[in-house]
Design a protein around this ligand. Structure first.
Ligand code: AHN
Ligand code: ZN
Length: 332
């Protein structure tokens, strides 16, 4: 005991004397005490899970990279002791009429627990870099490091945490397919061309009334360099209290630099279909980059690669979501 106190005291002193890096030191002390950080979300691990996906190549429906990535996600979930892993296979067509075989993957932790939280990310990648500045690259697939792999990487690292230390609440991890083959030339009128996996999933909702999740958190583009996460407009409309909770947990953990309280965006994304199906769901998404006013400059370009992934961003998002999950107490 004495020894631990001595170590903590030393850390406090170093925290106080370390002017330039005060926030980091404060965070480290809290982390050591376990007060705010019930588990350690490893940004290095999350980064490796992002890289593994990118290394498969583009994860476009019906491609080799897509098939390999599906096996990878399932094998990681097995490794991390998920209680049930369900692959939901179906076929559909994108807005151009191209047929696609899609798979949503869902894994449960504490399956017997009726009080649950849903965590979501899309695992497919966009077939065309149609926002690339070079017109000659607009038919090239995107690498999808941020747009696809980042959310999945964070969810896989959370799965590792859940296996190491079980949260009290039940957790469902949902990896949706077919999010990113939508029509970007006519926003508004083309909402239904996006999020095809989620649209299918909500039509076959794997819940009864008792075990329907309290709320959901969607992670989309959560690995960008110096990313700022504002409260996304539709999340704020549908699930303001969940935004309050998550942004509050971010602040308590010292991540105010990443999680800003302004409301921005209004994004057509998987969360809107989940909200309409009756589960309040927020979207943690980088959608107000200073240089574009919306998504990051590499969004839907061939430069959405590992050079534009920031471990510190993965950490801020992953640790905030982890703290949120472990803070939940069962109320059913
Ligand atoms: C809009 O740009 C309105 N939605 C994009 C959703 C998305 C695409 N997320 C990732 N890729
Ligand atoms: Zn996209």
């Amino acid at each position: 005991m004495k020894c631990i106190h001595f170590v903590l005291a030393l850390m406090l002193i170093s925290a106080m004397s370390c002017k330039g890096d005060g926030n980091k030191a404060k965070t480290q002390v809290m982390e050591e005490q376990g007060a705010i950080f019930p588990v350690k979300f490893s940004a290095d691990s999350a980064y490796n899970y992002v890289k593994a996906q990118v290394d498969f190549g583009p994860r476009i429906p019906d491609s080799e990279g897509h098939a390999a990535c599906k096996e990878y996600i399932v094998s990681q979930l097995r490794r991390f002791g998920a209680d049930t892993i369900v692959e939901q296979n179906f076929t559909t067509a994108n807005y151009l009429g191209t047929g696609m075989s899609l798979t949503n993957i869902m894994a449960r932790y504490n399956p017997e627990q009726d009080d649950r939280i849903l965590l979501v990310a899309h695992w497919d990648t966009r077939p065309w870099a149609d926002a690339d500045p070079d017109v000659n690259k607009r038919n090239t697939p995107v690498p999808g490091a941020n747009d696809g792999a980042s959310g999945v990487g964070v969810l896989l690292e959370l799965a590792r945490n859940f296996n190491e230390k079980s949260p009290e609440i039940g957790v469902d991890l949902l990896f949706v397919d077919g999010e990113d083959s939508g029509n970007s030339s006519s926003w508004g009128s083309s909402e239904e061309t996006w999020c095809l996996g989620t649209q299918y999933w909500v039509k076959h909702m794997p819940y009864v009334a008792e075990n329907t999740p309290r709320y959901g958190i969607l992670l989309d583009m959560v690995g960008g360099i110096d990313a700022k996460f504002y409260r996304e407009y539709l999340s704020q409309e549908y699930a303001e209290n969940i935004n309050d909770k998550v942004w509050g947990n971010a602040s308590a953990a010292g991540y105010d630099k990443y999680f800003l309280n302004g409301v921005r965006g209004g994004i057509t994304d998987d969360h809107i279909f989940i909200n309409r199906a009756g589960i309040p769901c927020i979207d943690i998404i980088e959608c107000s980059h200073p240089s574009t006013g919306s998504f990051s400059p590499v969004w839907h370009t061939v430069s959405d690669d590992m050079n534009h992934i920031d471990k510190a961003t993965l950490k801020a998002v992953g640790q905030t979501v982890a703290n949120t999950i472990y803070n939940e107490k069962i109320s059913k």
